[in-house]
Design a protein around this ligand. Structure first.
Ligand SMILES: Nc1ncnc2c1ncn2[C@@H]1O[C@H](COP(=O)(O)OP(=O)(O)O)[C@@H](O)[C@H]1O
Ligand SMILES: [Mg+2]
Length: 375
């Protein structure tokens, strides 16, 4: 088994940049955890501290309950795959994969066993005698993964392994990493800046910004209950819409007021707000593009918008709208049930009405940027 535990881990580079602040996380044996966040948020630094390639400035790192802060990388039983593959150009694929095993003076017949087994899992058997330059990007990345696999490490670290691949290959390799994970059955820590990769690969996602953890949760949790504006905007594509609104505490319960249109909250939301003692206040209302209901006519609870852009995506339209106080809203509208007349009305400058059911509304405090319900 291999659990990984970081307690108050901090990284201060010698130029006094604090790259990682008080990182606290427990990763269970065989868990697949993804660190995700924009460039520079400290993902690689954290991963490199776990690998032992970077000193830990403060805090403790434990693997299987043992503090390993001062253990050399080679003694941590960790394998790492990098974005740039880092293959030896003058060696064959076989020798690249065998390299670390030969350093350990493993017998050649056992090396053969492991290398051919890894090559088979990765579908690169026919390339074993080639040099890396005679391989495509995806094949090179498989070799890099193979090199990590043969070490039978307790923890598998991957730093943006798919970033250098084109979109199609990236999707294919993403599926292969899911398969690989099932075959290897080991602990994975995977770094990416791509929220789709994080959502599809992770058992749990750690969302980072400026060296801080913003939220940790399953893909479903961080999508359904983002704790702050950053997470809400980062997870989901196209990103969540944010509108200026007011929360009003009335006799019958809380109501969201958008330019005079009043949308009631549900029982569950009311209970949380009541319990937290939230009063009437300005809010930022968050609603995902796929959760926005389109009404073709004005009705109670309808918010009037103007159509700016209509993007045809095939199975759905992405409508870019402006509200009457000029908040920008993107709506995803499936095309399958639209009449010809409705389609033709969805053009620049025309009016369109939208509304939000209670359960899709996320309420954020403009001052703290935290969710009023989920934080
Ligand atoms: N060797 C280094 N020396 C000084 N600062 C560094 C070094 N490596 C990274 N940093 C800084 O630490 C922060 C986090 O970097 P990094 O962990 O590489 O982010 P990410 O992988 O999320 O893009 C950035 O501000 C970066 O400039
Ligand atoms: Mg990085």
């Amino acid at each position: 088994m291999a659990s990984v535990k970081l307690t108050d881990v901090k990284k201060i580079y010698d130029n006094k940049v604090t790259a990682v602040h008080d990182f606290n996380l427990e990763i269970a044996d065989k868990e697949f955890v993804v660190f995700v966040g924009p460039s520079g948020c400290g993902k690689s630094t954290t991963l490199r501290m776990i690998a032992g390639l970077e000193d830990i400035s403060e805090g403790t790192l434990e693997i299987d309950g043992e503090v390993v802060n001062d253990l050399q990388p080679k003694d941590r039983n960790i394998a790492m795959v990098f974005q740039n593959y880092a293959l030896y150009p003058h060696m064959t694929v076989y020798d690249n994969i065998a390299f670390s095993l030969r350093l350990k003076k493993m017998p050649e017949d056992e090396i053969y066993e492991r290398v051919t087994n890894a090559a088979q899992i990765l579908g690169i058997t026919e390339y074993l005698t080639r040099k890396p330059r005679a391989l495509s990007g995806g094949q090179r990345q498989r070799v890099a993964i193979g090199r990590a696999m043969v070490r039978n490490a307790k923890v598998f670290l991957m730093d943006e392994p798919l970033s250098n691949l084109d979109a199609k290959l990236r999707n294919q390799m993403r599926a292969e990493i899911i398969l690989l994970r099932q075959k290897l059955d080991t602990t994975f820590i995977y770094v990416t800046h791509d929220q789709t990769e994080a959502m599809t690969l992770g058992d749990r996602i750690v969302i980072m910004k400026d060296g801080f953890i913003e939220q940790v949760g399953t893909p479903q949790e961080v999508f359904d209950t983002p704790v702050n504006l950053f997470v809400a905007g980062f997870i989901g594509s196209p990103q969540m819409n944010f509108l200026k609104a007011n929360l009003e505490k009335a006799a019958g319960g809380y109501v969201v007021d958008i330019l005079g249109v009043k949308l009631p909250l549900n029982e569950e939301q009311n209970a949380v707000l009541e319990q937290k003692g939230v009063g009437s206040q300005e809010i930022i209302l968050g609603v995902r593009p796929e959760h926005t209901a389109v009404l073709f006519d004005n009705a109670e609870g309808a918010i009037e918008c103007t159509i700016d852009v209509n993007e045809m995506m095939g199975s759905e339209l992405h409508l870019h709208l402006s509200s009457q106080n000029n908040d920008k809203i993107i709506v995803r509208l499936p095309t399958v049930d639209l009449t010809k007349e409705q389609r033709e009305s969805l053009t620049f400058g025309n009016k369109l009405y939208i509304t939000f059911p209670a359960k899709v509304m996320h309420l954020f405090d403009p001052a703290t940027e935290k969710s009023l319900i989920d934080a």
